[in-house]
Design a protein around this ligand. Structure first.
Ligand SMILES: *Cc1c(COP(=O)(O)O)cnc(C)c1O
Length: 392
């Protein structure tokens, strides 16, 4: 005898909500299939077309595509001539790539603390950190909130520094109505799967002129310069950083959705701020991001847990939210406290605001396919789980 059917079937749990998920339309899926059938998989017509579209997007500036947003920064530093003995000022609150690229070219990163309100590099401290060896500055638009470009570029001009904007997270952000990438010095973007526009893996670099673009092409592929049908020359050490046509085709399918993705992210971020503004939730003392609905592309929605009221509970809360079907992330632990960087002399207490963020920041789910009710679910689950951890 089969067991009797349960009288009340279990309500299916809500599907797991990851902290981010790319939105790829069916036309892009079909376009990638076409590339696979075309017989040309490496860098070819799709990469050329993607670069042309990106250049248009950035007001005609030269743009080259690569296989990551990390190598674009390294190559920008090489084009700028940054080398051993030079210093590059940057923020400790970023993906570790931002510090690593400086080490890759043999230079020394000089970290300065963040502004705790914006969570971005404190430009006053950056200016004080300039020495005769400083060659460049790498600002990071964490969560898509742009660093103040007026102050950044005037500081760079005043002190003769090159700027490599780590705009990995700010594709679609603006500064005073101008697209990030359409002005400034070097601007580096990532198309990693988690970014607002993806190519699965990839990146692009916005350059100043054709001379820099030619150098970028050399650094991108073994230093090779091709001439005519049979000519080839190598005059510098390049790497293997070219984008595939498969990746470029994904990017071509993503770009037309940029404005719609950004608008949707802004709506969801506003919904988050409204949920966090409810009195019983506001009373928890959670640190919120600045309410910027003009410049930011809202790459992430990040809160900072109140350390005074619940020290070192982030991992526990992340685990409990996972049980609730909610994915979260940490972006990022402070770079200067990784073992590699400690060996170079950095230590706890060097940058208190970045360290507090590193210990307590939490990225909540935010991506275009989410709904307003997902936002409400995340905030009430976070509030409930936090309630069990608060000090009396
Ligand atoms: C994603 C990211 C990078 C690196 O990009 P990849 O494409 O993964 O190499 C660098 N900096 C920041 C701030 C990022 O978010």
């Amino acid at each position: 005898m089969p067991p009797p059917a349960a009288a009340t079937p279990l309500k299916p749990a809500a599907p797991f909500l990851p902290f981010t998920r790319p939105t790829i339309d069916e036309a892009t899926v079909a376009g990638v299939a076409d590339v696979l059938r075309s017989g040309w998989l490496s860098s070819g017509p799709q990469v050329k077309a993607f670069e042309a579209r990106l250049s248009e997007h950035f007001g005609g500036r030269p743009v080259r595509a690569f296989n990551s947003g990390t190598c674009t920064m390294e190559i920008a530093l090489r084009i700028a001539g940054v080398k051993a003995g030079d210093e590059v000022i940057t923020t400790p609150l970023s993906w570790v790539a931002t510090g690593n690229v400086v080490l890759e070219v043999g230079a020394r990163p000089v970290f300065v603390d963040i502004d705790p309100k914006t969570r971005l590099i404190d430009l006053d401290q950056a200016e004080r950190a300039i020495s005769p060896r400083t060659r460049a500055i790498i600002p990071v638009d964490l969560a898509g909130l742009p660093v103040d470009r007026d102050r950044l570029n005037s500081l760079a001009a005043k002190h003769g520094l090159r700027v490599v904007e780590d705009a990995a997270q700010s594709f679609g952000s603006t500064w005073k109505g101008r697209r990030i990438g359409s002005f400034g010095d070097f601007v580096s973007f990532s198309f990693h799967a988690n970014k607002n526009i993806t190519t699965s893996e990839g990146g692009c670099l916005v350059l100043n002129d054709e001379r820099e673009a030619r150098l970028a092409e050399q650094y991108r592929l073994q230093g090779v310069i091709r001439t005519g049908h049979d000519g080839m020359e190598v005059e510098l050490v390049g790497g293997k950083y070219n984008m595939t046509d498969i990746a470029a085709r994904i990017g071509l399918g993503q770009l037309p959705h940029l404005d719609e993705f950004t608008a949707r992210r802004r709506e969801l971020a506003l919904a988050y701020l409204e949920e966090f503004d409810r009195p019983e939730i506001a009373a928890l003392g959670i640190g919120l991001p600045p309410a910027n609905f003009t410049d930011s592309n809202w790459h992430m929605f990040q809160v900072i847990l109140p350390e005074g009221r619940m020290a070192a509970r982030r991992a526990a809360i992340m685990g409990e939210l996972h049980e609730d079907g909610i994915g979260t992330g940490v972006h990022y632990p402070a770079i200067h406290l990784f073992a590699l960087y400690r060996r170079m002399g950095w230590k706890d207490g060097d940058f208190p605001h970045a360290e507090n963020a590193g210990r307590n920041i939490l990225t909540l789910p935010l991506f275009p396919a989410m709904t307003r009710s997902d936002v409400a679910r995340v905030v009430s689950a976070l509030a409930r789980r936090m309630g069990n951890h608060l000090n009396p």
